[in-house]
Design a binder for this molecule. Structure first.
Ligand SMILES: [Cu+2]
Length: 278
């Protein structure tokens, strides 16, 4: 919801399911005394599931709402933005990261009528050796291990970790701290049977290095380190950098061998991979 300062008006966005069972966009305005539904467009030829997640207005005649639209029954989502000019909502064209499985806009902030910033959200998961059809020797893996994010942009990343704890070895305790992120980590417990179950999150900057770390998501070249708790869902925000390819890796020795640096820790596609900023 967004209420332009001093206007006494508000706009809220979301979605609803119509009589055909189709989820479509919704916007409602508050004029100081009543709420009213506004007509909002849904992209043509693509709508089974469409929704708006956030809106920002710099005035009562300049709002931008963002969300996502599903490509016909595919389970793949594309970004969606709509603009309010004071009299009508219209769909705007938005880019989608290349090679992304799905793209959703979850936040927007408009400083003026002509300048809005959208935040994209990406989800990764760490699967156990069992889930991957392997053994403790072959190890767990971050899925997908090679992926593309937009360069020079603010992104929210959620990592769903199905794996158990690996205490950080002596001398590596600093990797229990988050750095290179905006704000704090939002960490909630994972229900492995129903990962969609919503659990309340705690907001922290660090985990207990001896007991609470399962893996890390570390991009040394970008100064990013995110500790991940066992069976957890972790969301964090960071500003991506210049275009290029960057190695991400887990720095908690969760692989094979006595010290844990073999197997998944040394094989690309498991606990090491490539983030491309494009
Ligand atoms: Cu790991």
């Amino acid at each position: 919801m967004s209420c332009p300062p001093g206007s006494g008006h508000c706009i809220a966005v979301g979605w609803y399911v119509n009589s055909n069972g189709q989820q479509i966009t919704l916007a409602e305005t508050w004029n100081g005394s009543v709420w009213a539904v506004q007509p909002t467009p849904n992209p043509s030829g693509s709508s089974r599931i469409t929704g708006l997640n956030a809106v920002s207005c710099s005035s009562t005649s300049a709002c931008t709402a963002v969300g996502s639209v599903e490509v016909d029954n595919s389970g793949t989502y594309l970004t969606l933005a709509e603009r309010w000019n004071g009299s009508a909502w219209a769909v705007q064209s938005t880019p989608n990261p290349s090679a992304a499985q799905s793209s959703v806009l979850t936040g927007v902030s408009c400083a003026s009528a002509t300048a809005c910033t959208a935040v994209s959200h990406y989800t990764l998961s760490i699967n156990t050796p069992d889930m991957l059809g392997g053994t403790e020797e072959t190890g767990p893996a971050l899925v997908p291990s090679n992926f593309v994010l937009p360069a020079n942009t603010t992104v929210d990343i959620t990592i769903v970790n199905y794996d158990d704890a690996t205490p950080l070895p002596a001398g590596s305790e600093q990797y229990a701290k988050a750095y290179g992120i905006v704000g704090t980590l939002a960490v909630s417990d994972l229900d492995a049977v129903n990962p969609n179950a919503v659990k309340s999150a705690r907001h922290v900057k660090a985990l207990d290095p001896a007991a609470e770390v399962s893996h890390t998501f570390t991009i040394a070249a970008l100064g990013l380190n995110v500790p991940l708790a066992p069976q957890s869902v972790t969301t964090f925000r960071f500003h991506t950098g210049h275009r290029g390819s960057y190695e991400w890796r887990c720095v908690d020795p969760c692989g094979a061998g006595d010290a844990g640096w073999g197997g998944a820790m040394s094989a690309k596609g498991y606990m090491v991979g490539t983030v491309t900023l494009a």
